[in-house]
Design a protein around this ligand. Sequence first.
Ligand SMILES: C[S@@+](CC[C@H](N)C(=O)[O-])C[C@H]1O[C@@H](n2cnc3c(N)ncnc32)[C@H](O)[C@@H]1O
Ligand SMILES: Nc1nc2[nH]cc(C(=O)O)c2c(=O)[nH]1
Ligand code: SF4
Ligand SMILES: [Mg+2]
Length: 220
Amino acid sequence: MYHVKEAFYTLQGEGAQAGRASVFCRFTGCNLWSGREADRASAKCTFCDTDFIGTDGINGGRFATAQALANHIKALWPHKAQHAVPYVVFTGGEPLLQLDTALIAMLHSEGFEVAVETNGTVPAPAGIDWLCVSPKSSNPLVITHGDELKLVFPQADAPPEQFANLAFSHFFLQPMDRSAIAPSSIASDSESTVKAATAYCMANPQWRLSLQTHKIAGFE
Ligand SMILES: C[S@@+](CC[C@H](N)C(=O)[O-])C[C@H]1O[C@@H](n2cnc3c(N)ncnc32)[C@H](O)[C@@H]1O
Ligand SMILES: Nc1nc2[nH]cc(C(=O)O)c2c(=O)[nH]1
Ligand code: SF4
Ligand SMILES: [Mg+2]
């Protein structure tokens, strides 16, 4: 049984594929946080910007088979987009707690490319076409190669230097969105995570800036 919080058609907002039309499938649950605010401070990942509890979001639900979930995803890709390769991004929560080779194979047979956004602490099934790993604090990575490493910045226990030698094709710093965590406190300009990430990328050109364009442009 697959548990899906929500699924929707949008543009990939982040990283090297930013701007690409995508079906997002957000799985329920994560191994680094319960998702409850009361547990945030003591969680293994404390800055999450996402609600991944339950199956009550748009197009969410429980799917008994890979075929059923693949059909659900396929129905969200517009029929008119015939000249583009259909693209699905599995995220969460932590998608690698649920994504398996059966679901990947089913989507490949429907012509989809399969992308994943993961915290890198859970092994990945074979067949993923675009793998984005986003390390979280000192939680050990079990995935050390992939297409992009997208580090939320800054994180005291996860400096970029720790990941710079891993086998990824792209290295991104994504400014931490603090408003998602403490909506009432507006950070001063001198505390801007965008400024800090920009300065780091300018001093260390291996790294590029990833902005969360869906939030800036407001398309989601
Ligand atoms: C909600 S996570 C779900 C996927 C997976 N659990 C992970 O952490 O990569 C999706 C993406 O949002 C990023 N993210 C989460 N909270 C953020 C925040 N407050 N500011 C910026 N990016 C954030 C994550 O690092 C990850 O790249
Ligand atoms: N548009 C859009 N792009 C995204 N890229 C990664 C996201 C995520 O939450 O995994 C995300 C998201 O939530 N929305
Ligand atoms: S690992 Fe990802 S989904 Fe889990 S709490 Fe952290 S950012 Fe959120
Ligand atoms: Mg998001």
